[in-house]
Structures are given as structure tokens and as C-alpha cells.
Design a protein around this ligand. Structure first.
Ligand code: TYD
Length: 231
């Protein structure tokens, strides 16, 4: 498509959109910080965001859905709430940033809905595909980094993270951390199935690796995909 044709149908997307996905405690935020720093060193303007969240409305949804005392139990209701938050995050933040040439790094996106509410939660694929068409539309990620980990280890790491964040205080596991192990096993299989179906978009990385080794592997994957200036 020529640039002119692109402008006529939809705003040109100049930045790249990279999402990070995986189960609980896989270390996404640490790896996003590494990639963000390396991209900036190459002169790329970046925006790191997260889901649920990334806009005032979506952050309010986050508070609702992660509080296990008020969160909806139905996976369909959860998918609708995550989608409402995502629609606002896209309009308020992601699309304007991409149009301005900023690269957006997002901690979770639509694959999380497919894995948590779909593969693990039981909402059927067609319903989720319809939501994707309505909400994500053309703003699909260019690249997705899937951090894969045995959920027994991931849940243990998530537990440690909670305790370390508030020593001496008990913070209960959120809506999804508190699910049984078989939920997290279905979740892992769901993410791996997405990667298998879309190998050009999704790269799978072993999250047991040492933090810096993993950051290097992710960097090689990103660098191999996009033309980046010299450091
Ligand atoms: P968060 O504290 O950000 O967890 P993590 O550090 O593991 O990313 O909480 C987000 C939770 O919401 C997480 O358990 C995954 C869940 N989630 C869904 O179930 N569906 C979704 O579409 C999204 C974006 C998140």
C-alpha cells in the first residue's frame, strides 16, 4: 500500500507495537524495562504501558477486576471488562503514540484475554475473536514476546514478589493469582497455542533463564525484526 493510500483509509502507523505476555510471575516488567532502555539507546522514542490499565478509565477497571472481593466471577464478564479497558487504552494512549512514531511496549494485551478468559476461563474463541475485531481492529501487535514458565515456579515467584513488596503485611493474591494450578496450566497451554498458530508474530522465550541472558535473547529477536539505528 502506498503512503497516500494508507492515509486515505486509516492514519499511518509509524511506531511499532510490541507486547509482552505470559502467566503469573514470569518477569515481564523486568524484561520490558531492559528492552525499553535498549531501544532508547538506539534513539527510539518509547512508551511502556500495561493492561489492564494505561488510561484513567482502564486503571479504574484494573482496580475493579483485580480485587477478588468485587471482580466478576464469570469469565465472559471479565473479558468484556478487559475489552472496555482495552478500547479506552487504545484510543487514549496506544494509537496516538503509534501515529506519532513512538514505539509502544505493553505488559499484556489481547492475547491475555484469549489465554486467561478463553483457554483457561472457557469463553469460546469466536466470541473473543469478535471482541478483538471490534476493539483491537487494525492495532494488532507487530511482535509479541511470550515468556514461558512452569506455573508452579511462576506462582511461587508471584508470592515472593507480594511478600517482598510489603514485608510484614499480608496482601492477598489477586483475582487470577489465587486460581488453582490447573487453571494456570491451561493458561500456559493457551499461550503456547497462540504462539504456535502465529509464529511470525509471537516469539517464545524460556523465562527460567538468567535475567540478562533473557534480555539479550529478546533484544536479538527485536533487532532481527526491525531496522534499528546504530547505538
Ligand atoms: P497484574 O498485577 O498486572 O499481573 P501480572 O504482573 O501477572 O501481569 O495483573 C493483571 C492480571 O489480569 C493478571 O492476572 C492477568 C489478568 N488479565 C486477564 O485475565 N485478562 C486480560 O485480558 C488481561 C490484560 C489481564
Amino acid at each position: 500500500m502506498t503512503e497516500q493510500a494508507e492515509t486515505a483509509s486509516a492514519p499511518a502507523r509509524r511506531g511499532r507495537f510490541i507486547t509482552f505476555e505470559g502467566g503469573e510471575g514470569v518477569g515481564k516488567s523486568t524484561q520490558i524495562a531492559h528492552l525499553d532502555r535498549r531501544l532508547r539507546e538506539r534513539g527510539v522514542t518509547t512508551l511502556s504501558s500495561r493492561e489492564p490499565g494505561g488510561s484513567p478509565f482502564a486503571e479504574a477497571c484494573r482496580t475493579l477486576i483485580l480485587d477478588s472481593a468485587v471482580a466478576p466471577q464469570s469469565a465472559l464478564a471479565q473479558a468484556l471488562l478487559f475489552s472496555a479497558a482495552r478500547a479506552d487504552h487504545l484510543d487514549a494512549s496506544i494509537r496516538p503514540a503509534l501515529e506519532a512514531g513512538t514505539w509502544v511496549l505493553c505488559d499484556r494485551f489481547a492475547d491475555s484475554t484469549r489465554a486467561y478468559q478463553g483457554a483457561a476461563g472457557g469463553v469460546d474463541d469466536e466470541a473473543l475473536a469478535l471482541l478483538d475485531r471490534l476493539v483491537v481492529a487494525e492495532t494488532r501487535p507487530d511482535l509479541t514476546i511470550l515468556l514461558d514458565l512452569d506455573p508452579k515456579i511462576g506462582l511461587m515467584r508471584a508470592d515472593l514478589r507480594r511478600t517482598a513488596a510489603t514485608p510484614g503485611n499480608f496482601i492477598r493474591a489477586d483475582t487470577f493469582e489465587s486460581r488453582k494450578l490447573d487453571f494456570h496450566q491451561r493458561l500456559r497451554a493457551g499461550f503456547l497455542a497462540i504462539a504456535k498458530a502465529e509464529p511470525a508474530r509471537v516469539g517464545v522465550f524460556d523465562a527460567m533463564q538468567n535475567e540478562l541472558t533473557l534480555a539479550d535473547a529478546i533484544w536479538r529477536f527485536v533487532e532481527g525484526r526491525f531496522a534499528l539505528g546504530a547505538p
